[in-house]
Write a protein that binds this ligand. Structure first.
Ligand SMILES: [Zn+2]
Length: 369
């Protein structure tokens, strides 16, 4: 396929978007930008309230000989994202080093808007297309979780929220459980009668040292991320707590690690006659898509037709892709070209940005029945 992308326009859209600060739940500026572009292009753009923000859905009706298809990315970014100054340096776009760039995930937003322009300018044939821009992804996939997917017609969702060169296709991602272990011991004067106390900190330390941690197997991990407790050195600590997570691409594994953590915590707390409270939540479910699934074949063919070799991979992280798969819309996560994300060194190679827009157009052409 001939490359159609208007690179200058695409880069300028990306730079406009990167400059709009959009920390999670504060996506208003980006929403207005997308809405205005959609109005200019004459496509339907609906806002769906989600807590204090919105998810945005663009719908473009089309030819019924194509499968309806959904493209998705998120509008929020991590911090620091105030006053982002994107700079074109050689073949890349970078920030000035004080902030992130926000290519995660504004590279995809820019590419989607470019793809819509291209469909119109070149009168390209297409089916029913939906573009979903979610809010509050970075803080827990809240936009996608809060979106009523029954308004979506598509059975396939192509999420562009992965990093590295365009061509990467994430076909599996983990289940994710968050846990909190709260230990209640007994306070006592640490100098005068320590024997009367039960140190919640000591109990918790023993638990942390005993539970599965780090890389458990090729598909499973666990990590204690936050520890709190105690009031002063002269008090035997009455309370201590830690927050942790475990992930696995196998549901049975993530559940068995959770149970092992619970069992260990209870046994150790009992040994010291401390009380233990354990909270746990399945934050999102994992997914595994077969290599020969039609959605993978569509993406792979679309990549090959623009001269890019597909590279299938598994991820240790969650994304809106997990939510779509959980709700019966088959989804894969594709690279939007972003690199070194969540750091002030974040960048995108301009050619990758162009490739994302080409890939979106190419997928649209490849979903014929
Ligand atoms: Zn992202």
């Amino acid at each position: 396929m001939k490359p159609l992308v208007n690179q200058e326009r695409l880069v300028s859209t990306f730079i406009d978007l990167a400059k709009i600060a959009s920390p999670s739940w504060e996506e208003k500026g980006v929403i207005e930008y997308i809405k205005q572009k959609a109005d200019t292009l004459g496509v339907e753009c609906a806002l769906y309230p989600c807590n204090n923000s919105y998810n945005v859905l663009i719908r473009i009706p089309g030819d019924k000989s194509y499968n309806p298809v959904l493209f998705s990315c998120h509008m929020d970014t991590v911090t620091p994202c105030e006053n982002i100054q994107p700079i074109i340096k050689d073949n890349k776009i970078v920030s000035d080093g004080r902030t992130i760039l926000g290519a995660d995930d504004k590279s995809a937003i820019a590419a989607f808007l470019e793809a819509i322009s291209l469909l119109q300018e070149h009168s390209l044939p297409h089916g029913h297309i939906e573009f979903l821009f979610s809010c509050a992804e970075e803080v827990g996939l809240f936009g996608a979780k809060g979106f009523d997917l029954s308004v979506v017609k598509a059975q396939y969702a192509f999420v562009f929220d992965s990093d590295g060169p365009v061509g990467n296709i994430i076909v599996a991602a983990p289940y994710h459980i968050s846990m909190k272990i709260i230990i209640k011991g007994k306070a006592a004067h640490a100098g005068m009668e320590p024997e009367k106390g039960i140190s919640a900190i000591r109990v918790l330390s023993e638990i942390i040292a005993a539970i599965p941690h780090g890389r458990i197997d090729s598909e499973t991990t666990a990590n204690v991320g936050i520890v709190k407790g105690g009031r002063a050195t002269n008090i035997v600590a009455e309370e201590a707590e830690c927050t942790l997570e475990t992930r696995s691409r196998q549901k049975t594994r993530v559940l068995s690690v959770k149970r092992e953590i619970e069992r260990t915590a209870k046994t150790i707390a009992q040994k010291y006659k401390a009380k233990v409270k354990i909270e746990s939540t399945m934050d999102y479910e994992g997914y595994t898509i077969r290599d020969n699934d039609p959605i993978v074949l569509i993406a792979s063919n679309a990549l090959r037709s623009i001269g890019i070799k597909p590279a299938l991979a598994v991820s240790g992280g969650g994304s809106d892709t997990n939510i779509f798969n959980t709700h019966g819309i088959k989804a894969i996560n594709l690279s939007s070209g972003m690199r070194q994300v969540h750091t002030t060194k974040e960048y995108i190679i301009i050619q990758d940005l162009v490739n994302v827009a080409s890939l979106v157009v190419s997928i649209i052409q490849n979903v014929k029945h």
